[in-house]
Design a binder for this molecule. Structure first.
Ligand SMILES: Nc1nc2c(ncn2[C@@H]2O[C@H](COP(=O)(O)OP(=O)(O)OP(=O)(O)O)[C@@H](O)[C@H]2O)c(=O)[nH]1
Length: 274
């Protein structure tokens, strides 16, 4: 038995012994004993409170760290979703950009992209002094194809024509659909003399094109108006000259190419039907 416990028992024994009732020291001992018990229970309460605080603090720490990790995991998830979302947005933007620059039927550059490139080419030519060539191409009697075979056949013919034109030009050239059955070729860093063989090849390729409707083969020819950029003119002037040359090609029988010479006069160096 511990000495504290022995002392307790001794004090309890003295206080409960009727022999000591009325003894002046008994009252003092009883008060001392009570004070001791009160002190003890106060200490026990403090210890309980302290224990409670400690476990609460532990719990709070634990849940804080858990909450922190949970937040971190959520943030990582949000970041992953946001990355994916951004990738999707980028792809979508790219697709929209491409779609806004492409002709739906033929997949060629549309008029918007052609205009953009024309502006760029004008600036480049003014800086470098190297000209570019524009070829306006219009399919001959295309209305007859539609009227005879229907719009779907007309659409198929336009797609085939586009494929031939696109296949014949260099990577640095731009071939686009200007509208309807009209196409535009933009040949950077090129002069009329260099453009002529390409135009010849294109005319041949179109003439040889086999667009079939059942056993019938469509006859496809095109007229060309070709002009070379003359600095410091604006791109719309070279467009107008190519257009005027095309009109002459149409009026003088179609299936031919008319070159717009510098200064606005139309060259007699038209390529005649072969
Ligand atoms: N199928 C189809 N036809 C089109 C499309 N765009 C324009 N066309 C047709 O192309 C034809 C152009 O006719 P015109 O401008 O009279 O010219 P053309 O018959 O080719 O005669 P010339 O140009 O003078 O040789 C019209 O019948 C238009 O409807 C298209 O996207 N699909």
């Amino acid at each position: 038995m511990s000495s504290e416990r022995e002392l307790d028992l001794l004090v309890e024994g003295l206080l409960s012994d009727p022999l000591h009732y009325g003894h002046p020291l008994r009252e003092a001992l009883a008060r001392l004993q009570q004070q001791n018990l009160d002190q003890l229970s106060r200490l026990e309460r403090i210890a309980r409170i302290s224990d409670g605080y400690q476990s609460l603090a532990r719990e709070q720490n634990l849940s804080l760290s858990e909450r922190y990790h949970r937040q971190l995991r959520q943030l990582e998830k949000v970041a992953r979703i946001s990355d994916r979302y951004q990738d999707m947005l980028r792809d979508l933007n790219q697709a929209l950009q491409t779609a806004s620059q492409r002709d739906v039927l033929t997949g060629l550059a549309n008029r918007r992209l052609l205009m953009e490139r024309l502006r760029e080419e004008e600036l480049r030519s003014q800086r470098s002094g190297r000209s570019f060539v524009l070829a306006m191409i219009d399919i001959d009697y295309f209305k007859q194809i539609n009227d005879t075979w229907g719009h779907e056949v007309g659409d198929r013919a336009l797609s085939e024509i586009a494929r031939v034109l696109q296949g014949a030009v260099r990577g640095s050239d731009l071939c686009g659909r200007w509208g309807g059955e009209e196409f535009l070729l933009l040949l950077p860093e090129t002069g009329l003399a260099e453009a002529q063989p390409l135009i010849e090849r294109l005319r041949d390729a179109l003439r040889e094109l086999r667009v079939m409707v059942g056993t019938e083969r469509l006859s496809i020819t095109a007229s060309f108006g070709v002009a070379e950029y003359q600095a410091p003119e604006g791109y719309s002037q070279v467009l107008n000259r190519a257009d005027a040359a095309l009109l002459v090609a149409k009026r003088s029988g179609r299936d031919r190419c008319v070159l717009a010479a510098a200064g606005g006069s139309l060259s007699a160096a038209a390529l005649q039907p072969s």
